[in-house]
Design a protein around this ligand. Structure first.
Ligand code: SAM
Length: 391
């Protein structure tokens, strides 16, 4: 089937919501079974890809390729930071290009040499680069980066290399992995990449244990719209300060970054007028103390990532809840309080306390038209329900 015909069929099939009817439509167009499966996959991935790429409807994906690809918001943040740290950038090496999420974000700003080992992925990569009209900025190389780093011809083609981006596969036959020694290539390949260029940016899984990262690099946890997306290691001039290893958290889309600082122990108190829930990147990067110091807040338990205070704060990195009542975790007591407060539309949260979240809706009902949140957590040493309103 030629490219234009396939694209036409994908576009038509995308308009049909029902999956069975979609297949029937393609059959009626005399498309063979194998092509039908391929077209249905493309329709599916293009729809899902919209969360990551504004031009997803024209791009090509594979299941793993889409899952591992960096979405536009995060990729653009990284390119913004690379330019901020380096000044100007002439050329980058994307060592493991995949479907091209990072290659494209970089190629919209500077030249890129993109290496990918998988021939099927190479075709997809080249297609996606064209969707963004970036073909003149990218040199695509099919090959194994672990071998290419020792290939003199390849090295001479890199020319004025200012930065390397390395995003190893975190999926193998055994599924997704957070163990850095199981990445392909292994994370220790960093050492060889550093010998090509000291300015290196490495994307690793958000599930990684940060304490196991022993490299001389900054570690940054990035979230977008309240969800942790990745952990990034920054080397060379991409570090904020050459003299130290910073641990950073960044919340997108606001680009709000903070660095972990050493603080005296944070005070533990009763719940104040406001309860604060830190952005998950800040929790993952263990910046709770830093936030408490920055905003003059206390904790309700030394091991629980809620903060509290008497004043209403507005910052993108803290969700603010106004505390209405603190009760025991007995449903009858919670229901009575909810009734008095006129709260009938309830969201639930639990931290540090075991709660059957599925069954909770049956037991805690509330009464009234107001919206509220019941937070099950530990205050001092006791399990408590903190009934709040969205502030
Ligand atoms: C995590 S994905 C890259 C995703 C990419 N950053 C994006 O945003 O689309 C890793 C890619 O590295 C490729 N890869 C794995 N080992 C490689 C190697 N030795 N040389 C080059 N590419 C490799 C895989 O085929 C896979 O497509």
């Amino acid at each position: 089937m030629n490219h234009d015909n396939r694209e036409r069929l994908i576009a038509e099939a995308s308009k049909i919501r029902d999956i069975i009817k979609r297949r029937m439509y393609l059959k009626a167009q005399n498309v063979n079974e194998e092509d039908i499966d391929g077209i249905l996959d493309d329709v599916h991935y293009r729809t899902r890809g919209r969360d990551k790429f504004p031009r997803a409807s024209k791009m090509r994906f594979t299941r793993d390729g889409l899952a591992m690809a960096t979405g536009k918001a995060v990729a653009e943040y990284r390119t913004w930071k690379i330019r901020k740290q380096l000044g100007s950038v002439r050329k980058a090496l994307d060592a493991c290009a995949g479907i091209g999420g990072d290659t494209i974000a970089m190629a919209l700003r500077w030249k890129v040499v993109s290496v990918e080992i998988d021939p099927e992925m190479i075709e997809i990569l080249m297609h996606n680069i064209e969707v963004y009209d970036a073909q003149n900025k990218v040199e695509v190389v099919q090959g194994d980066i672990t071998k290419l780093v020792n290939d003199e011809d390849f090295k001479s083609r890199l020319g004025e290399l200012d930065v390397i981006f390395f995003d190893p596969s975190r999926r193998g036959d055994g599924g997704r992995t957070v163990k850095t020694e199981e990445y392909i290539p292994r994370l220790s390949f960093i050492d060889e990449l550093l010998s090509l260029c000291p300015n290196l940016c490495v994307k690793i899984s958000p599930g990684t244990d940060l304490d196991r990262i022993k490299y001389d690099c900054d570690i940054e946890v990035i979230s977008n719209r309240g969800e942790v997306k990745e952990v990034v290691l920054w080397f060379g001039k991409l570090k904020l300060d050459q003299e130290k290893k910073a641990v950073l958290a960044t919340k997108l889309p606001e680009k709000m970054t903070m660095e972990r600082v050493n603080t005296p122990k944070i005070k533990v108190t009763q719940v104040g007028d406001y309860l604060y829930e830190p952005d998950p990147a800040y929790i993952k990067a263990r910046l709770i103390d830093t936030l408490a110091k920055q905003y003059d807040l206390t904790q309700i338990h030394p091991k629980i990532a809620y903060l509290t205070g008497e004043e209403k704060l507005r910052t993108p990195v803290l969700k603010t809840y106004e505390v209405m009542r603190v009760t025991s975790t007995e449903p009858a007591e919670i229901n009575a309080a909810l009734g008095e407060l006129g709260i009938g539309r309830i969201d639930f949260k639990a931290r540090g306390v075991r709660v059957d979240m599925k069954g909770i809706h049956k037991r805690i009902i509330g009464k009234g038209r107001r919206r509220g949140i019941v937070v099950f957590t530990v205050v001092g040493k006791k399990d408590r329900a903190v009934i709040c309103r969205y502030a």
